[in-house]
Design a binder for this molecule. Structure first.
Ligand SMILES: C[S@@+](CC[C@H](N)C(=O)[O-])C[C@H]1O[C@@H](n2cnc3c(N)ncnc32)[C@H](O)[C@@H]1O
Length: 214
């Protein structure tokens, strides 16, 4: 299978993750923001998001750990197929909350599963709250991109330095960009070619590598 992009430890595949996952080698960590049930945004797979997530999970090659990122207004019960032990929930707070009808949207959440990464200085205790300081509202060109600061923090807290990270619902490549910034290898899969193109462009932008995020 030919990657859409492959450079410096970052690989992007264009296609359906359920078709691509069976041919991938093992990765240590899954980090994804899947299509969610009751998704009002126009995303492929939104009509049967729960089934899509279950099918994706059934093709995974036994990661050691997983971080699954969803909105604070997403019903998490579609994650019941995750077979790794549950570790904790994390609150990924926004610098600027907003309203959705009666709901104050102040954070995304992430569910951590599996084996904690080895303890290292500054990362023995896995805390559960991070506030993104970017209040600019600047977004990648995707209907629902996650905050890069949140994803960088998740990677630093929940991966080992040697882990390769997989995002089977890559979108505009926020996970891959964050992995690259922190010095982790990563693989992304995305069904829409236009988002693969955006992600590949984001990989080409050079920034100074970050160390782990506290
Ligand atoms: C919630 S979005 C991820 C957004 C991403 N976190 C970002 O920051 O841009 C989920 C993505 O999964 C993609 N998708 C839907 N079905 C898919 C499938 N079967 N295989 C791979 N990608 C899929 C959608 O096109 C969408 O871009």
């Amino acid at each position: 299978m030919t990657p859409y992009y492959d450079h410096a430890g970052i690989t992007i595949y264009h296609g359906d993750c359920r078709e691509i996952l069976p041919s991938l080698a093992e990765v240590e960590m899954l980090l994804t923001d899947p299509v969610w049930p009751n998704c009002a945004t126009i995303l492929q797979g939104a009509d049967r998001a729960g089934e899509l997530f279950h099918e994706m999970w059934s093709w995974l090659n036994k990661p050691k750990r997983a971080a699954i990122q969803i909105g604070c207004d997403t019903d998490p019960r579609f994650l019941s197929c995750v077979t790794l032990p549950f570790f904790r929930v994390c609150w990924l707070e926004l610098a600027r909350p907003h309203y959705k009808g009666r709901l104050m949207y102040g954070s995304d959440v992430a569910y951590l599963y599996g084996e904690p990464p080895p303890s290292r200085p500054g990362n023995h205790v896995i805390s559960g709250r991070f506030i993104d300081s970017d209040s600019s509202g600047k977004q990648a060109d995707h209907p629902c991109p996650r905050k890069i600061g949140h994803v960088q923090w998740l990677i630093s807290k929940w991966s080992a330095e040697t882990d390769a990270i997989l995002d089977p619902f890559m979108g505009s490549g926020t996970t891959l960009r964050a992995a690259k910034d922190i010095g982790r290898k990563a693989i992304g899969i995305e069904i829409e070619e236009r988002y693969c193109e955006i992600a590949a462009k984001r990989m080409a932008q050079e920034v100074l590598p970050l160390s782990d995020v506290d």
